[in-house]
Design a protein around this ligand. Structure first.
Ligand SMILES: [Zn+2]
Length: 414
């Protein structure tokens, strides 16, 4: 493990922050040694989803892997959206297909596997929904106890997932920054493993790398010009980019994509810093957006935002914000491609549309939008924005069948 701030190195252990400076820890690999041991032809021929890439994940004992079939998600070509946006090649990396309905299953699968390796019997996370839902399922599978600290506004989907898998749920009245703090204090006091999937648990972030690997593999080692990712703190953006840089080390690709971090206008601390050309992200005062998964004010851990900002700049990417109205439009547009995303998941599509309108993305570019979570997480929110989509008829004697047929034949207006 290496501190990204001061460069201090540590042997692999249960450590969350640099002991010397408090910086974020990153996992290092001995690529010289790994290179001789692995064959990408073998890797891509496997059928283990994200664990196809197990040699590049920080696991020592493969018998301890806790998996529910995460990763290996589809990369859809979206021809209808290509026509609508006027771009030549648009793909969606469909992370709604993960076992609990979001990309979080990747980092959580690595983190829970690591918990097994460390012999830990209780895990804890702070989560606005998806990570908590994911951890509950993986902890259940691993047979270990799970605590989830959530802010007040958790959607019913993830809450029911946490409950049914037997997590102990604690609602902290406040934002996700408040639940982050409490999870940290409690984990320290009782010696539980904190797998909070911002940048706190370095093992978790490693799972996010596989999104980068898979996109390249699915495009037959062609590198997209743009990767668009919804960001709260941004570990998925950091992780995906790390995945691409590692493929360069294996000579599988030469160029790197430009990373686009997209936030909601109502909570955009990283975008604000990007626009102001500063290196220091400042906490957001009053987060307010329907994209609850990225409604993260970063209070108490702005260094997470600084790291994501650094990667965006390093990749010559951009950070942009989109309105709630644009996000809901993007949910509808994705639905026309057969993909049902939660508002947070559709943020990448809203961002791409804006970047094409602003002429940042060229119509000849290849763009991949990562769609992070499933629409069934919060269906009420989706129903609110659609007009009553049903025609209700009597099943009994109330209405003759021929009358129903007549209504269906003239159904244009319902
Ligand atoms: Zn340090």
């Amino acid at each position: 493990m290496k501190c990204i701030k001061c460069g201090a190195e540590y042997p692999a252990q249960l450590l969350y922050r640099c002991e010397r400076c408090g910086g974020i820890l990153d996992i290092l690999y001995d690529f010289e040694r790994i290179r001789d041991r692995i064959d990408f032809k073998v890797i891509v021929a496997r059928r283990d989803g994200m664990w196809n890439y197990r040699e590049l994940l920080p696991i020592e004992d493969y018998s301890k892997i806790v998996s529910l079939g995460e990763g290996g998600t589809k990369l859809h070509r979206c021809s209808r959206l290509e026509d609508k946006f006027g771009i030549k090649q648009l793909y969606v990396k469909d992370e709604t297909r993960n076992p609990t309905g979001s990309f979080k299953d990747r980092p959580i699968s690595v983190a829970v596997t690591k918990a097994k390796e460390f012999g830990v019997n209780t895990v804890v996370t702070s989560s606005s929904g998806n990570a908590g839902a994911s951890l509950s399922a993986y902890a259940a599978k691993a047979g270990i106890t799970c605590f989830v600290f959530t802010p007040t506004n958790v959607a019913l989907g993830p809450l029911s997932q946490m409950a049914v898998h037997g997590a102990r749920i604690v609602t902290v009245k406040g934002s996700v920054s408040d639940s982050f703090k409490i999870a940290q204090v409690v984990a320290k006091k009782y010696g539980w493993m904190n797998v909070t999937s911002t940048f706190l648990c370095p093992y978790a972030t490693e799972g996010d790398k596989t999104v980068g690997y898979e996109i390249c593999e699915q495009l037959e080692w062609k590198v997209p010009q743009w990767i668009l990712i919804p960001i709260g703190a941004g570990p998925l953006l950091f992780g995906s980019f790390k995945g691409f840089t590692e493929l360069v080390k294996f000579d599988l690709i030469r160029d790197l994509p430009r990373m686009v971090g997209i936030q909601a206008e109502g909570c955009a601390p990283i975008v604000k810093a990007f626009k102001e050309r500063t290196m220091e992200v400042r906490p957001w005062k009053n987060p307010k957006t329907i994209a609850s998964g990225i409604s993260d004010p970063l209070r108490g851990y702005t260094q997470d935002g600084n790291l994501t900002l650094k990667i965006i700049r390093k990749s010559k990417g951009v950070a942009i914000a989109v309105s709630d109205e644009d996000i809901l439009d993007a949910v509808k547009l994705l639905a026309k491609e057969g993909v049902f995303a939660e508002p947070t998941g559709a943020v990448s599509i809203a961002g791409l549309r804006k970047m094409i309108d602003d002429k940042i993305v060229d119509r000849h570019d290849l763009a991949v939008c990562v769609v992070t979570g499933h629409g069934l997480k919060n269906p009420n929110r989706i129903m609110d924005m659609l007009k009553e989509p049903r025609l209700v008829v009597h099943g009994g004697n109330g209405l003759k069948r021929s009358s129903i047929m007549k209504i269906l034949e003239n159904r244009g207006d319902f």
